[in-house]
Design a protein around this ligand. Structure first.
Ligand SMILES: O=C(O)CCC(=O)C(=O)O
Ligand SMILES: [Fe+2]
Length: 218
């Protein structure tokens, strides 16, 4: 990643910033390797079961904390009961650099200590419906990193799942941060574009998304 003021960026809504191509090719490859390890265990990546009986099309695994609808826990009680992998310091550092670059403010990450990472893998047909990230007891920004196939990322308003929203193309290496007045905006992924990723990332197909959050839990 480059220093301040060097990358194109777009403020999609107040506090919501898209920085295309933020991750280098090498960082993307390294993240793919480590996400593959996390996908194997101690909690295997799985399609989250929803309370209504459905199952998400996205495959997910947590680090630091396990997420299931609609709470965080240290152990994956709806999967295999194992404690999730620890949240590594280097990932928190990456999250801090993301805030500085997204907000063009060297103090943007002061005191920012993400403790939960959610790894999502989207096959070609996977989607994520409009939702808020609101299980966290913190208003700190969410940092989102994308690798592999591009997608349509729908970024909406804080009131409801509908309009107004903006559809943003998230490509491999892109950073998206949402904080401030946009922290609790509805968002989702209506479409992945199969075959648009570069296999040099280590992903032969599909889309990997990593979100970093501050849970505010002890
Ligand atoms: O895949 C994405 O870009 C968004 C993922 C997301 O919203 C979530 O995991 O809560
Ligand atoms: Fe989300």
């Amino acid at each position: 990643m480059s220093g301040l003021f060097s990358l194109p960026r777009e403020e999609v809504a107040p506090g919501a910033v898209h920085v295309p191509g933020w991750l280098s090719a090498e960082q993307q490859r390294e993240l793919v390797v480590v996400c593959r390890e996390w996908a194997r265990g101690p909690v295997p990546i799985r399609r989250t079961k929803l309370p209504g009986g459905g199952v998400m099309s996205v495959r997910s695994v947590g680090v630091g904390w396990h997420w299931q609808p609609y709470r965080y826990s240290r152990t994956a009680d709806d999967v295999n009961g194992a404690r999730v992998a620890a949240f590594p310091d280097w990932l928190a550092d990456l999250g801090r650099r993301a805030l500085v670059d997204a907000y063009l403010d060297e103090h943007a990450a002061d005191g920012y200590a993400p403790d939960a990472g959610l790894i999502n893998f989207y096959g070609g047909d996977a989607r994520m419906g409009m939702h808020q990230d609101r299980e966290e007891r913190s208003g700190a920004p969410v940092v989102s990193l994308s690798i592999g196939d591009s997608c349509v990322f729908r970024f909406g308003n804080t009131e409801n799942r509908g309009r107004p929203y903006r559809d943003v193309e998230l490509g491999s290496g892109d950073l998206f941060v949402f904080g401030g007045p946009s922290r609790f905006a509805y968002h989702g992924v209506p479409k992945v574009r199969p075959g648009t990723g570069d296999p040099a990332t280590g992903l032969a197909g599909g889309r990997l998304n990593i979100t970093l959050r501050v849970t505010g839990l002890g």
